[in-house]
Ligand binder design. Structure first.
Ligand code: ADP
Ligand code: MG
Length: 468
């Protein structure tokens, strides 16, 4: 193993972890750890057994995957701590200072082939953890997952562009990066550019300022795969839309793949160039929906498993979260992070009561504020002398349909629910239906004063109920 350079691997792994892990946590855990490698095993030296155990719980699986990825071999990662009798306080200070200055490791004698590091698959703008193999597929995203997978495997031959839309925290960015990572892993010669619409806009503005149009155009038009996140950001920005239009044409004509994400259907984009929208018609538009209860349970269980942690979470706790966090996967992850932190710091069994208490605030946000969606629906139903199930159900008679639209409108006005989430509350209706309902009610209020008065009253009552 003479040619191995493990210190470089560990340095690279730290670099990647630094991007993935919140600053505070990174400093807390990683400044204390430094890796050495011998005989296919990388040893992380924790200064004491407490930190060793914490590291094992929180980051062993994660770091092991990173190191294996980078070294392109099955390295074992072990965390060792010195004998309890030794004093490590001075050493901790020294390590902390070193790592804060630079993420490079301190250990010597680590041997991995140098070229491995060069070949290691670290794309500068892709999140390494957003991959197909850790994306959990359910009915809410299967079609979109399959489309993304197909695009990654047959660049520019199946769907070009691919547009992924849907509400916040439902995996759009994850899937887009997964496409990038797949290409980067399997066809390293392809140039993958991944950027948010905001960064693209900033570069565009800078380019005008610097008069460097040539470099800007060259950069984007030389991409084999262009991934742009959150393109609704381009609304109201005709200059950058124009630039994207030309980039699009150049890439499309030379059969390069494009993938865009956005928070609404293309048709719902406002102040967006029609000719650019019509270019999007050449490709495929797919959406991600909020996960249903069963998928939420599966997501929570798989996330726990994938994290490689030993945290023992009872089914009742998983059930508690799945029941209380309904709208997005980011919030589900947030709950797990909080529970894991607790379990790491306080060595107590995680009972349902403790979990409920810990997650109170997360449950307490919009979905659990005093204004609940059901209370609004019930209020509107009462007003129209209908029942809750009439409004949530499928009946389409005129008075029911109108009351339903009013309820959607009121919810939209007084809560933070997105149209996607409101759709879910009304038996899984599409978010565009919710949007149209809200627009329609707004229209009627403009020319029918008595209707407007009713709506104002309902809005007032809904808000008042929320503050009681
Ligand atoms: P969006 O871009 O739609 O707002 P993200 O892609 O940023 O959402 O996802 C939010 C978080 O939830 C990320 O950490 C992502 O890895 C995770 N996530 C979302 N959907 C899934 C899924 N189906 N399986 C695994 N993780 C998911
Ligand atoms: Mg996103």
């Amino acid at each position: 193993m003479a040619d191995f350079d493990g210190s470089a691997i560990w340095a690279e792994a730290l670099d990647r972890a630094r991007k993935d892990i919140p600053e505070q946590e990174f400093l807390m855990w990683f400044r204390l750890a430094y890796g050495t490698l011998g005989d296919g095993t990388m040893t992380v030296n924790a200064p004491n057994s407490f930190l060793r155990d914490q590291f094992n719980r929180k980051y062993l699986g994660y770091m092991r995957n990173l190191v294996r990825d980078l070294a392109a071999m099955d390295i074992e990662l072990v965390v060792s701590s010195p004998q309890a009798s030794e004093s490590f306080a001075p050493k901790i200070q020294a390590k902390a200072a070193e790592v804060q200055q630079s993420p490079s490791p301190t250990a010597a004698a680590i041997q991995l082939p140098r070229q491995v590091v060069r070949e290691a698959k670290v794309h500068p703008s892709l999140r390494p953890s957003y991959r197909f193999d850790n994306f959990i597929v359910g009915d809410n995203n299967r079609f979109t997952f399959n489309a993304s997978d197909a695009v990654a495997k047959s660049l520019a031959r199946v769907y070009n562009p691919l547009l992924i839309y849907g509400g916040v925290g439902l995996g759009k960015t994850h899937l887009m990066h997964a496409i990038g990572n797949y290409v980067y892993d399997n066809q390293p010669d392809k140039k993958v550019i991944c950027i948010t619409a905001e960064e693209f806009t900033n570069e565009f503005i800078q380019m005008i300022h610097d008069r460097s149009a040539h470099e800007f155009k060259n950069k984007y038009r030389s991409a084999d795969v262009l991934l742009i996140d959150d393109i609704h950001f381009f609304q109201n920005k005709p200059g950058v839309q124009e630039e994207l239009f030309h980039t699009f044409n150049a890439l499309y004509d030379s059969e390069r793949q494009m993938v865009f994400t956005l928070d609404r259907h293309v048709k719902e984009l406002k102040d967006f160039s029609d000719r650019l929208k019509s270019r999007f018609d050449k490709g495929l538009v797919v959406d991600v929906q909020p996960p249903i209860y069963e998928t939420r349970v599966a997501i929570l269980k798989q996330k726990l498993q994938l994290s490689g942690r030993t945290l023992n979470v009872a089914d009742e706790v998983v059930d508690l979260i799945a029941n209380n966090v309904s709208s997005n996967v980011r919030d589900l992850e947030g709950c797990l992070t909080k529970l894991t932190a607790y379990a790491d710091l306080v060595h107590k069994d995680l009972t349902v009561d403790i979990a409920r208490n810990l997650l109170k605030e997360m449950f307490n946000n919009k979905r659990h504020s005093a204004i609940t969606v059901d209370s609004i629906i019930r209020m509107v139903a009462d007003f129209y002398k209908l029942s809750l199930s009439d409004l949530k159900g499928k009946k389409r008679s005129r008075n029911i349909a109108l009351a339903r639209q009013v309820a959607m409108f009121v919810i939209r006005e007084v809560t933070e629910y997105s149209t996607t989430e409101i759709g879910v509350e009304f038996g899984g209706r599409d978010h565009t239906t919710v949007m149209h309902s809200c627009q329609k009610i707004e229209q009627i209020t403009k020319f029918d004063p008595s209707f407007d008065a009713s709506i104002q009253r309902l809005l007032r009552d809904a808000r008042q109920n929320g503050t009681e």
